[in-house]
Ligand binder design. Structure first.
Ligand code: C2E
Ligand code: MG
Ligand code: MG
Length: 285
């Protein structure tokens, strides 16, 4: 029934053995996710964000990982969709927010005073009715100043423009930054860009990965448009010197990708920060 509904109204699907397997696997994953939350099997990895002109480390994106006792490290793409479907993303997202804010506060206290943290927020989380209260209380609890918290949302939020504007304005009112993740791949409508209070666009990695003439044109256009609107631009998926050179030429503000660092566990980021220590804040030269 659900599969038929997913494909639109007035539709049907035959129940098959294959479908049975898929549903059984989903149910099992859901059960395991609940257990994982109770047993604290989740962990955050952090990926540095670099200011392109100065080489300074300006922040970290928090990326969730599931350390499954038997299956090893499971990437988010394999469980976030199920967490969203089942609503488990709400407690999971709260855990991510609290852990990321606590950790960035620790790094700030060791001398990286300007380091910010970016947390991914999925559509289901954005729609939860206590989102603002949840974030406010975590900021209070951890003592992190709101200017160092950034929320990464996706273009799917633009499906409900009025609601999104209301929530984003309240978040901005708290002093939190907002960025649009995977920009250029979703249900883009330029009209929301003029209405949403956005600080940053993240150019999707698919454009950066393949720098053919068309993707170069898209990147240039995004940067130009964003800058005219006083919105900063960060490119993700930066893997090579060629990517860096092109983005520098285009005056892209910030970069993130394997060229600088993969997302790493807390301990390894500790060393990464120490190695790239440069005065009050980190710097990549
Ligand atoms: P995203 O927010 O767009 O994160 C970027 C993804 O690209 C990450 O995958 C990162 O590991 C990967 N990446 C970074 N630099 C490079 C690079 O240079 N080359 C390549 N090939 N990949 C790179 P990851 O960690 O597997 O996360 C996938 C997605 O899962 C994220 O995409 C985000 O949408 C979602 N996600 C991750 N953590 C959370 C979370 O805590 N909450 C929610 N709601 N979603 C999350
Ligand atoms: Mg992101
Ligand atoms: Mg992205």
């Amino acid at each position: 029934m659900y599969l038929a509904k997913e494909q639109g109204k007035n539709n049907y699907q035959f129940f098959s053995e294959e479908l049975h397997q898929i549903l059984a696997k989903k149910l099992q994953l859901e059960r395991e996710l609940r257990k994982a939350l109770d047993e604290k099997q989740f962990t955050l990895h952090y990926q540095p964000k670099i200011h392109l002109q100065t080489g300074q480390i300006i922040g970290m994106e928090a990326l969730i990982r599931w350390e499954h006792p038997d299956l090893g490290l499971i990437p988010p793409i394999q469980f976030i969709p199920i967490a969203e479907e089942t609503g488990l993303i709400v407690p999971l997202g709260e855990w991510v927010m609290r852990t990321a804010c606590q950790q960035i506060k620790v790094w700030q206290e060791t001398g990286f005073t300007q380091l910010a943290v970016a947390v991914n927020i999925s559509l289901r989380q954005f729609m939860q009715n206590n989102l603002i209260e949840m974030i406010t209380s975590i900021l209070e609890e951890t003592g992190l100043s709101p200017q160092y918290l950034e929320l990464e949302i996706t273009e799917s939020m633009a499906l409900n423009v009025d609601y999104t504007i209301r929530i984003l304005n309240r978040l901005k009112g708290l002093g939190i930054s907002i960025s649009i993740d995977d920009f250029g791949t979703g249900y883009s409508s330029l009209s929301y860009l003029s209405q949403f209070p956005i600080d940053r666009l993240k150019i999707d990695q698919s454009f950066v990965r393949n720098l053919n003439p068309r993707n170069q044109a898209i990147i240039k256009t995004i940067i130009d448009m964003a800058h005219n609107m006083k919105i900063a631009v960060i490119a993700e998926g930066v893997e090579t010197q060629e990517h860096v050179d092109f983005l520098k030429e285009q005056m892209c503000n910030e970069v993130q990708g394997y060229f600088y660092s993969k997302p790493l566990p807390t301990k390894e980021i500790d060393s990464f920060l120490q190695v790239n220590r440069y005065g009050e804040s980190g710097s990549m030269v």
